[in-house]
Design a protein around this ligand. Sequence first.
Ligand SMILES: Cc1cc2nc3c(=O)[nH]c(=O)nc-3n(C[C@H](O)[C@H](O)[C@H](O)COP(=O)(O)OP(=O)(O)OC[C@H]3O[C@@H](n4cnc5c(N)ncnc54)[C@H](O)[C@@H]3O)c2cc1C
Ligand code: SF4
Length: 523
Amino acid sequence: MPANFNLNDSSVVVIIGSGAGGGTIANELARKGISCVVLEAGKRVEITDFRNDEDGMFSLFTWLDPRTATGSWYVAKTSPDLPSWTCKLVGGTTVHWGGVALRFQEHEFKTRTRYGAISGANLMDWPVDLKEMEPYYDRAESRIGVTGTHGIPRLPASNHCKVLFAGAKNIGYSKYWTANLAINPVPRDGRAGCQQAGFCVQGCTFGAKWSALYTEIPQAEATGKCEVRAESQALRIEHDAHGKVTGVVYADRNGAVQRQRARIVCVAGNSIESPRLLLNSSSNMFPQGLANSSGQVGRNYMRHTTALVFADFGKPVHMYRGTANGGIVMDEAGLNTKRGFAGGYNLETLPQGLPSFAQNLVPGGWGRERASWVDSYVNLAGVWIIGEDLARENNRVTLHPDRKDKFGVPIPNVHVDDHENDLAMQNHGMRQADAIFESIGAKRTIHRLPFPSTHNMGTNRMSANPRDGVVNSHGQAHDVKNLFVSDGSQFVSSGAENPTLTIVALALRQSEYIADQMGKNAI
Ligand SMILES: Cc1cc2nc3c(=O)[nH]c(=O)nc-3n(C[C@H](O)[C@H](O)[C@H](O)COP(=O)(O)OP(=O)(O)OC[C@H]3O[C@@H](n4cnc5c(N)ncnc54)[C@H](O)[C@@H]3O)c2cc1C
Ligand code: SF4
C-alpha cells in the first residue's frame, strides 16, 4: 500500500523527481525502511495509456514548460524554446528512453589527468573511479536487466543493425553488436520479453523496456514507506538558521502552494530543472542559490556531441523495425588523441519515425531534394553519433532575467558554445558513418545536426574540493549536509556512453550512504 504522509512530518526524505535517479533512490530508501515522499511535477500515466504514435507520445511525455536557449550550438538556432528533451511524468525520462545501458570507461572518470588541461574546457577528475563504481554498475545492470550482462542474452539483430554491422566490418571495425539494452529479451522480473515492435521511445506497450514508472515506483510504494505525489512541482527548498534544509514548497495539482517538511531532500529533476530549483532557492544565507557557495550550480552543462547520418540504399532497409537503438559500433569509443580530439564516441542505430524524420530533416526547410529523402524512408538506415563533450564553465543553466512560469518562478536558460574538440569529434563521426554506409553501396547520405538534448549532464557536479563543485562523491551538497543531488547533474564528465546506467548506479550508491548516515544520526 502506498504511504500517506502528513505535510508536517519532518522525518521523511523528500525526493524531487521520479525518473532514473529519483525513482531508484525512492525504491532503495523505501526498501531499507526509510519513509519517502516523491514530488513529481508531471502526471501519472500507465502503460495502457501508451500508443505507437510518435507525435502523440512526445506530447504526452515531454517537459514542454518554457525554457530558452542561447549560444553558438545548433540547437539554439533550430529549437530555441526546447533546448533539452526531458520528460514530465511519473517515471521521468525513463518512459521515453531507448534503453541503451553502458558503463563509463576508466579514463572517463579521470579526464583532467588523462586528457590534460584543454584550453577553453573545465575538466576535472571525478572524486570516484571505475573500480569504486563497479559493484554498483553490477547491481544496476542486474536490477534493470541489461542484455549482455549477468547471463542476460543479447537481443537479435534487426535488419537495420545488420546493415550497420556489414558496413562497420567493411571499413575494418570489429566492436559491433546489439547494444547493452535494459530491454528484456525474454520475460524477466514480472515484465514481458521484447516483441521487436520498434516503438521503444514511445513508451513500450509491452513493458519489456525498463522504466521507473512500472518498476521502481510501484515497488517503492509496495513497501508502504513511499508516497508519490504526482502533479506536484517543487518551487523552492527551505532551510533553517543553521543552513540545514527543512522542507520543500511545492504547487499541488490544483495549483495550491504546499510545504512538505523533510529530514533530507534529494533533488532529481534532471540537469536543467535541478540547478534551476537550487538557483530559485536563494535566501539571505545562500544569496547565489542553495548549495552554491562555489558558484558552480548550473555550470559545466554537458549534452554529448551528437549528429545523425542517414543513408539511402535504394532498396528496403526498414530501419523502424526492431528495437530502436538496437545496434552499436564501439570502435571509436576509446581514448585516441591521434584523431585530433580528446574523448571518444559510439555509433548507435537511430531509426527516427517518419514524422520526426520529415520534420527534422532540415528544420524550417523543404523542396524537391528533401521530399525525395522522405519518399525513400523505407530504404534508409540511420546512425547516431554520440560522444563525449567537454565540460565548460560557461556552458550553463541560468535563470531567465524576465520570464517566469505559470507559478511565477523564473524559467531556465540553457547556454552552450561548442568547444572545437566537440566539433572535431562530430566531423570525424560523420565521416566515419559515411564511410560505413558507402562501403556497402549507399546511394547517398545526409547529415543532421543535433536535436534537443536527450542526455543532460553536469550543472551540479561532484568535486573532491568544495571550491570546484556542488556535491561530494556521494552527491551530498558541500554546503548543506542534508541536501543531495541524485540525478545526472552530478556528472563531472559526459563520457561516450548514454548516461542512465551511471545515474542508476550512483543512486544505488547514494542510498547506501544516506541510510548509513541516517543510522549514525549524522544527518
Ligand atoms: C528520447 C530519449 C531517449 C533516450 N534514450 C536513452 C538511452 O537509450 N540510454 C540512456 O542512458 N539514456 C537515454 N535517454 C536519457 C535518459 O532518459 C536520462 O538520462 C535519464 O532519464 C535522466 O534521469 P534523471 O533522473 O536525471 O531525470 P528524469 O528521468 O528526466 O527524471 C526527472 C523527473 O523530475 C521531474 N521534475 C523536474 N523538476 C521538478 C520539480 N521542480 N518538481 C517536481 N518534479 C520535477 C520531471 O518531471 C521528471 O519526471 C534518453 C532520453 C530521451 C528523451
Ligand atoms: S521493440 Fe521491444 S522494447 Fe521496443 S517497444 Fe517493442 S517490445 Fe518494447
